[in-house]
Design a protein around this ligand. Structure first.
Ligand code: NAD
Ligand code: GLY
Length: 369
């Protein structure tokens, strides 16, 4: 069964299709967009041998030529150098503005190829075919594209919405378990920030999602995409409600910065700990009950994700250093810290101007020194 979610943006609405076998159907599904009968697939070295041939065969079957550009996997590719290399290769193929880019891969390929599409010849259309759970429920939807610089992650980029998203759940069959868990952190985020009924469902079925159960995945990805689509339609450029999608990210970002953005703590794992911390901080400030914080922790932990920074290498970290990282976050304004906190499970809000003192006390209560 294929589900369809509309991202409603005036003049730029698009469909996210979610289901099985969508890569094999890509030729038929994208034919109406590929009017020039050529598009360029951008993918990475890990995904290419697993999924690119199936995509290319489907497109060629529909009479669409599909040259392939394969980039190295990993966050380092989302860089000025990665962007420059990709842009050169697009220019070498003499892609023109009526043609399309297809991003086949995780969030790294989606963010890089999406940003290249945003600026290539002043902007061409692109399509997302996300192959990680994280990319299917989050990064492929909503039009944020970016690269990292030496100053930080995602600091140079553009809002550039895709023309279509094909989230093929079959692609997740080849995804390592750790990456599934990382994506699941973003799934649980939707329940925690705005849908208590979905959270209740995840409390029961979350482990099935992480194990790759077909029905559980279809429901979890669809509900996540519905929530993201609704939030993006209301607040495309993050002037307000879209900031809720950053639940867990301020704490998580500080932990990632402290561990050097390396393999010891992946983004989804940092978000998982960050969400548990955001709920504990909310409880400490009296915004939500301690019971809600415990429920959030249990649901995150049940998926095999950590909920306390104490498990990280070289813990304890210094509270002042963590606060320093938080102050550098894109969301911080004029040195004031912004957090997404919660009144209850499924009822998150943006708290601006959080004072350093209660934050420091909280970090000490977590074991920071
Ligand atoms: P990723 O793209 O690095 O993918 C993780 C790993 O899985 C890579 O090694 C990749 O090669 C491999 N992989 C991808 N699909 C696979 C498959 N089907 N089978 C086997 N291996 C596969 O990482 P990610 O977690 O998908 O994305 C993280 C990136 O997304 C970060 O750069 C983050 O900043 C960005 N992001 C962007 C947004 C947004 O709104 N644009 C939102 C969240 C995250
Ligand atoms: N991943 C956060 C956003 O898309 O706004």
């Amino acid at each position: 069964m294929t589900r369809s979610v509309q991202v409603a943006l005036e003049g730029r609405s698009y469909e996210v299709a979610i289901g099985h076998g969508l890569i094999a159907e890509a030729g038929a599904r994208l034919a109406a967009l590929a009017t020039r009968k050529r598009l360029v697939i951008v993918t990475d070295e890990t995904v290419a041998p697993l999924h690119a041939e199936r995509l290319r065969a489907s497109l060629e079957g529909a009479g669409i030529a599909a040259p392939l550009i394969v980039v190295p996997p990993g966050e380092e590719t989302k860089s000025w150098e990665g962007l420059s290399n990709l842009s050169d290769r697009l220019l070498d193929l003499n892609l023109d503005r009526g043609e399309l880019i297809v991003a086949l891969g995780g969030g790294v390929v989606g963010d890089l190829a999406g940003f290249a599409a945003a600026i290539y010849k002043r902007g061409i259309d692109f399509i997302q075919i996300p192959t990680t759970l994280l990319a299917q429920v989050d990064s492929s939807v909503g039009g944020k594209t970016a690269i990292d610089t030496r100053q930080g992650k995602n600091l140079i980029g553009a809002f550039h919405q895709p023309r279509a998203v094909l989230a093929d759940l079959d692609a997740l069959a080849t995804l390592p378990a750790r990456e599934m868990r990382c994506g699941y952190a973003e799934v649980i985020k939707y329940g925690l920030l705005g849908d208590p009924a979905f959270f209740n469902w995840l409390e029961v079925h979350g482990p099935r999602v992480v194990a790759g159960d077909a029905d559980a995945l279809l429901h979890a990805v669809t509900r996540s995409v519905e929530m993201k689509a609704e939030i993006v339609a209301e607040d495309e450029k993050e002037a307000g409600r879209r900031a809720l999608l950053n639940l867990g990210h301020t704490f998580g970002h500080a932990l990632e910065a402290e561990t050097g953005f390396g393999d010891s703590l992946k983004h989804g794992e940092a978000v998982a700990i960050g969400m548990a911390m955001a709920f504990r901080f909310s409880a400490a400030l009296g915004h939500c009950s301690g019971q809600d914080a415990i429920r959030a922790e249990h649901a995150i932990g049940a998926a095999g994700l950590a909920t306390h920074a104490a498990v990280l290498p070289e813990w304890p970290y210094r509270a002042e250093r963590l606060i320093g990282h938080m102050a550098q976050d894109k969301k911080a304004q004029a040195g004031k810290l912004t957090f997404v906190l919660a009144r209850a499970i499924g009822d998150a809000f943006v708290a601006k101007g959080v004072e350093a003192k209660p934050l420091r006390d909280f970090l000490h209560s977590e074991g920071a020194i």
